[in-house]
Design a protein around this ligand. Structure first.
Ligand code: NAP
Length: 221
């Protein structure tokens, strides 16, 4: 049984990942900011706003030195209404970077002592293929830029945490039917979470520092 911390697990992909891991008997800590949409409530729920450094410190302190086997930095926002290269809501852009880029790094840094206590610690960030530098498409500039930036964060973490034996991955969950993905998206949360779990089962020090899709494809950064 592993201890699994999921940031942003009150709804969407994070909630479904938590549900599946809990069903398999793992000890799941659901870290969340907003209203809990789990019905019935399961796992341990803890308060966490990834955009608030104090909240992240409090959350880490509340874990009280407990070993963490798997940390999933899943919380994310799609960004402001106006986010094109010709018409940008700059405050909204900053907030998107704060949540999607600084947020995962804040949480991962704060939980390093907990991860270092686990036998085979793993960390993953829910990124998006929309941030891939190999994809020339436009639209949702703030979101795309934030996911490109967090991919670089993941690469650096993988290099810097190799000495600690902590494996790190960036994940693309697919286009998923959630509040963010919308009802017309390709796949449901069950399919996405099951695929992501298979990828995470295979995450090791040998393949640390890669960008994976939920179906196991290794993506171009
Ligand atoms: N759905 C897709 O098609 C898709 C595709 C590619 C990547 N992704 C990525 O997958 C992840 C999950 O997305 P989703 O589709 O499940 O979206 P969602 O249903 O909109 O859920 C977003 C989650 O992030 C949390 N969150 C946002 N800001 C937060 C903050 N400051 N502190 C803590 N939690 C915060 C939300 O909590 P609140 O309820 O408190 O807002 C919620 O739990 C995101 O990183 C997203 O970018 C999604």
């Amino acid at each position: 049984m592993a201890t699994i911390v999921i940031a942003g697990a009150n709804r969407g992909i994070g909630l479904e990942l938590a549900r599946q891991y809990a069903q398999d008997g793992h000890d799941v800590i659901r870290a969340m900011r907003g209203e809990d949409r789990a019905d019935p409530i399961f796992g341990t729920t803890m308060a966490l706003d990834v955009a608030d450094a104090q909240s992240v410190s409090k959350f880490a302190a509340a874990l009280d030195g407990r070993p963490v086997d798997l940390l999933l930095a899943n919380a994310g926002v799609i960004g402001p209404e106006r986010q094109s290269s010709t018409d940008m809501d700059f405050d909204g852009f900053l907030h998107t970077l704060d949540v999607n880029v600084l947020g995962p790094l804040r949480v991962i840094q704060a939980l390093l002592p907990n991860l270092r206590k686990a036998a085979h610690p793993r960390v993953a960030v829910t990124s998006s293929r929309m941030g891939s530098m190999a994809a020339p498409q436009s639209g949702h500039l703030a979101y795309r830029a934030s996911k490109a930036a967090v991919n670089k964060v993941v690469q650096c973490l993988a290099a810097d945490l190799a000495g600690d034996g902590i494996a790190v991955a960036s994940l693309h969950p697919g286009w998923v039917r959630t509040d963010m993905g919308g009802p017309g998206a390709d796949i449901d949360v069950e399919t996405s979470a099951a695929g992501l779990r298979r990828v995470l089962d295979g995450l090791s020090m040998e393949n640390s520092g890669r960008f994976w899709a939920y179906d196991g494809e290794v993506l171009d950064w």
